[in-house]
Design a protein around this ligand. Structure first.
Ligand code: UDP
Length: 437
């Protein structure tokens, strides 16, 4: 596999740089930052790690992002920018493993990471872990070598298990690990005040939490206007376009959206278009939800004006957001919800469930509308309010763009994280000490 050689080759440059930069490991065992986003459990966490990594590197951090290798075709190391790379460790089978089944491979992951450090003469003074699986890895590194640990949950078991019918076997372990990391990490990053509240009320009153939101690329999302975007996608300029972007997972509430559009007053106008973007090819693990949604679309006789274009790549995503009149996020719960700020950055108003981080990012009646989750009627009314009033739609869209640019850029997020790491590492320039005789 040539893994060790790769590690050693890169280590020469890294060792040279070690003295001039600050070094960090971002650990995301199941959320590979270099993988295609939008399918099979790859979503916001992958984007977060990749963008945080790149933005920290811009600030001079040497960033190594560790993930588990899931295919023999994947490269061991992906260089994103001179100071930022993804490193894939072989721990467990080299194939996709659903996250609920990933815990047993973590001890091996820790061993591989330690081996990598040894071979490259690197030791990470700070590790920023993502999702509960990685938090366990971070706690071992903290115990074994004193690395400082910062943790972002991305999803809380305590919240998730309240809304699912079947609790997985791993639940007890997950809840215990999530409590332990909150109480022992040097700092927890909550991406919204709502997430912070859940940690406090459902996980533990102990531990240190900073609220630092997620970000978005405000240059990329907002780079094209509606007219040009529609021309590119072959959508009529007078169409009324409702867009969903995200993974296919029952908790995303796509069924609510489909049923809401079915009740729209514009249902039979010949102008309505529903685009449900995301998901893998048929046969992949998220295919069951995709097939279920496609089945409902057909059953309701909506096939003529509904398209499921599959996973949308980074290059085309801004065009879809810009082409839409409204982007709908009907999730049952979202700790943050990157899609909301991507759509708003693109100048498209958002209708979202009034839950979690969406309450933090979407300002109801200003940048879009918040409605009760799973409420088909409320979503339908909200969709019609925006579709039937293009002037208001434009006002909401402009305010949304402004709101996102001022609050949710990756650069701003990296500035906050930089300050946080610097604080816990205590590597700020020391104050001169005045000695009196
Ligand atoms: N995404 C994508 N292509 C798709 C579907 C989704 O690139 O076809 C991206 C989307 O742009 C966003 C992320 O996946 O950056 C989803 O993040 P979010 O926080 O909204 O949801 P999560 O996946 O974390 O539940």
């Amino acid at each position: 596999m040539g893994t060790a050689r790769n590690f050693i080759h890169i280590s020469n440059t890294q060792t040279m740089n070690a003295h001039i930069g600050k070094r960090i490991a971002l650990i995301s065992v199941h959320g590979d930052p270099a993988i295609e986003i939008g399918k099979e459990e790859a979503g916001g966490q992958n984007v977060y790690v990749r963008e945080v990594g790149k933005a920290l590197a811009e600030l001079g951090w040497q960033v190594d992002m560790f993930s588990r290798r899931v295919s023999s075709e994947q490269e061991t190391i992906v260089q994103h920018s001179p100071l930022c790379r993804t490193i894939r460790l072989t721990a467990g089978p080299v194939e996709f493993v659903p996250r609920d089944q990933g815990f047993k491979y973590l001890p091996d992951f820790v061993q591989q990471l330690l081996k990598f450090q040894k071979e490259t003469h690197i030791k990470y003074p700070v590790v920023h872990t993502n999702y509960w699986l990685s938090s366990w890895v971070g706690m071992q590194l903290k115990a074994l070598q004193g690395s400082k640990q910062v943790h972002t949950y991305h999803s809380l078991g305590a919240v998730k298990y309240k809304s699912v019918d079947t609790i997985p076997l791993i639940a007890t372990k997950r809840l215990a690990v999530e409590k332990q990391v909150l109480e022992t990490a040097d700092r927890i990053v909550a991406t919204s005040p709502q997430e912070q509240q859940h940690m406090r009320s459902l996980v533990s009153p102990k531990g240190y939490i900073n609220v630092i939101p997620c970000g978005t690329d405000i240059q990329q999302f907002g780079s094209i206007d509606r007219e040009a975007a529609r021309a590119e996608l072959g959508i009529a300029q007078d169409a009324k376009v409702v867009l969903y972007v995200g993974r296919f997972d029952p908790r995303k509430g796509i069924e609510t959206l489909v049923r809401a559009v079915n009740q729209s007053q514009l249902r039979n106008s010949g102008k309505l278009q529903l685009i449900i973007g995301g998901g893998s090819t048929p046969g992949a693990s998220d295919g069951r939800e995709r097939d279920r949604i496609a089945g409902i679309v057909q059953e309701l006789g909506m096939s003529e004006f509904t398209i499921l274009p599959g996973r949308l790549g980074q290059e085309i995503l801004p065009t879809y957001y810009a082409a839409a009149d409204v982007c709908v996020i009907p999730s049952h719960y979202e700790p943050f919800g990157l899609v909301a700020i991507e759509a708003m950055s693109s100048g498209t108003p958002v209708i979202a469930s009034d839950v979690g981080g969406l309450q933090f990012t979407v300002v109801t009646e200003k940048t879009g509308l918040l409605v009760p989750p799973k409420d088909v009627e409320a979503f339908s009314v909200a969709i019609d309010r925006i579709l039937m009033n293009p002037t208001w739609r434009d006002e909401l869209g402009q305010a949304a763009r402004k709101h996102t640019a001022s609050k949710f850029s990756w650069g701003g997020v990296a500035d906050c994280l930089d300050e946080l790491y610097t604080q816990i590492l205590d590597i700020s320039v020391p104050e001169p000490v005045l000695v009196s005789k």
